[in-house]
Design a protein around this ligand. Structure first.
Ligand code: FE
Length: 294
């Protein structure tokens, strides 16, 4: 039976800062109870003022989940204790599995101009939290783009079948099989265009508008269904979502994942299942044992 996913809950993006003072807007994760299993956090950074981003994200630790950075504009350089170096440019993607521990930095490689992109945190199940850290740097041209009548879709992770064509993102199955099986797409729609986007029934789904207006559920007439730019929405159950762009077109992220269903204990950049495991992570970090020796 086909079922349309409705807007279940609006999630405002809250201005905040992170790293050494980078200004950003946080939607998921803005409050401890505002997660959508397995999605822990979504930040949007967007500024033309270097003072908002120059300080960057100097070396800091993570344990127990994955961080996914998607750049739209600007350049950042990633370095981590494993010796990975990555240049994140417009349209590029960085997928980092922190696992048992990683210490990394992300620093702007520009002193002027626009810096714009997203950072998403995806949880790992208990059985996978202490795996060795892994890092994948995916350049813009390695990301499949599907051009359709209504606009275009970039598939960052997972698989999408639309208009008779199947597209797979660079993070999709071996060697990147993730038990959360994430679907992560960047959708651009022309003015007033309408699109039915399939979303696996097994997944929780979040939508984040970042340009223009988007109506969820097929009609902008239905009150309370229109999302403005920089606004998110948790979607209800179903196997697809119907989107309709406003008169200026729209751009949005659709992020979905299979729920883990385990307790979440979080302290800043450490996400575990219990308070004891958090204390262990803090002790390991303090004693220089957080991350795998190189
Ligand atoms: Fe980080």
């Amino acid at each position: 039976m086909n079922a349309t996913r409705k807007l279940l809950r609006r999630v405002a993006s809250v201005p905040t800062s992170d790293g050494a003072g980078v200004k950003l807007r946080r939607s998921l994760g803005a409050r401890p109870d505002l997660r959508l299993d397995p999605l822990l956090m979504l930040d949007e950074f967007y500024s033309d003022d270097p003072r908002d981003y120059l300080a960057g994200f100097p070396p800091h630790p993570h344990r127990g989940f994955e961080t996914v950075t998607y750049m739209l504009d600007g350049h950042m350089r990633h370095e981590d204790h494993l010796g990975n170096q990555g240049d994140l440019g417009p349209g590029g993607l960085q997928w980092m599995t922190a696992g048992r521990g990683i210490i990394h930095s992300e620093m702007p490689q520009q002193t002027e101009g626009r810096m714009r992109g997203f950072q998403l945190w995806i949880n790992l199940p208990a059985a996978e939290k202490m795996q060795p850290a892994r890092y994948r740097d995916i350049q813009a041209d390695a990301i499949a783009e599907l051009t359709i009548e209504q606009g275009r879709i970039r598939v960052l992770a997972g698989r999408l079948t639309l208009a008779g064509r199947a597209v797979a993102g660079p993070i999709n199955g071996e060697p990147d099989t993730l038990s959360t099986d994430p679907l992560y797409v960047d959708v651009r729609l022309g003015p007033d265009e309408r699109l039915d986007l399939p979303v696996p029934r097994s997944h929780n789904a979040f939508l984040y508008a970042f340009e223009g207006q988007i109506a969820i559920g097929g009609s902008r007439d239905g009150k309370g269904e229109v999302l403005d730019a920089h606004e998110g929405a948790i979607l209800g159950a179903g196997d697809h979502v119907t989107l309709e762009a406003g008169p200026d077109g729209a751009r949005l992220l659709l992020i979905a994942g299979r729920p883990i269903g385990e307790p979440v204990a979080q302290y800043g950049p450490f996400v575990m299942n219990t308070r004891e495991e958090l204390e262990q992570a803090l002790a390991d970090y303090r004693d220089g044992r957080l991350a795998e020796p190189v």
